[in-house]
Design a protein around this ligand. Structure first.
Ligand code: DC
Length: 230
């Protein structure tokens, strides 16, 4: 009865997949790997060194040459991983608004995706991993032992993001956040390569009205059921 070793969690922005993935990985003693940080790291690098993010060839070259490391956290400042680009800690920089607003553009470039997918796959295949993203179950690790597609309505996701920003002292309007969320959903789900969609064998979980504890308990139960099924 092997317990699922490779667990994929996909879903739209602010669906709660990062929190779920982190908590699940901690509970199981697995590596937590949020693949979104890699797309953010390439975007940050382009903005930082003055590369035009709309210059596909230049951004792709950056993704192919940059050394992006994602490691277990070494600082107790709320981070769930250390993110380093060419040795520089950019864990918080990649959450900046300018990165946020351009990352979907960078994530749509096939060459960028190819470079990052290869690295993600290598790490994922080692097993005992909870990998979080948009295309983990469909493209990065189609052989995952358990695939979760975590969804929530755009209104609920915007509300969560709004509360999160307020807690961090960042002022924002709920209407603007909702509009930005819709735009990002549209870009992520209509791009040519690896669009956001559930894998055919994914379990779709809608977290509207559910607490993180309830979602976590449900996913742990799914893991146990999956182990019994094998
Ligand atoms: O999950 P996030 O908000 O940190 O993701 C940032 C961007 O990267 C988002 O536009 C979707 C994209 N992304 C992707 O295309 N594929 C992944 N596996 C992870 C993230």
């Amino acid at each position: 009865m092997p317990f699922p070793s490779i667990i994929a969690i996909d879903g739209p922005a602010a669906s709660g997949k990062s929190t779920l993935g982190y908590r699940l990985a901690r509970k199981l003693g697995y590596l937590y790997f949020d693949t979104g940080v890699m797309y953010r790291a390439v975007t940050w690098l382009a903005l930082d060194n003055g590369t035009d993010v709309y210059d596909e060839a230049a951004v792709t070259a950056l993704a192919e040459s940059a050394r992006i490391d994602v490691r277990p956290p070494t600082r107790d400042d709320g981070r769930t991983a250390d993110v380093l680009v060419n040795g520089q800690d950019v864990t918080w920089e990649i959450r900046r608004q300018d990165v946020e607003s351009k990352v979907s553009v960078v994530a749509a470039y096939p060459g960028v995706r190819a470079a990052l997918t290869e690295q993600q796959r290598r790490i994922g295949l080692r097993g005992r991993v909870v990998m979080v993203g948009r295309d983990i179950g469909t493209v990065v690790l189609p052989e995952a032992d358990l695939k979760i597609y975590l969804d929530a309505s755009v209104e609920e996701r915007a509300r969560r993001r709004f509360t999160e920003l307020q807690a961090r002292g960042v002022s924002a309007s709920l209407e603007e956040i909702t509009a930005a969320m819709r735009r990002r959903d549209e870009l992520d789900s209509t791009r040519q390569v690896a669009p956001l969609r559930p894998a055919e064998d994914a379990v779709i979980v809608n977290s509207d009205g559910m607490s993180i504890e309830e979602v976590l308990a449900y996913v742990v139960e799914l893991c146990t059921r999956e182990a019994q099924r094998r």
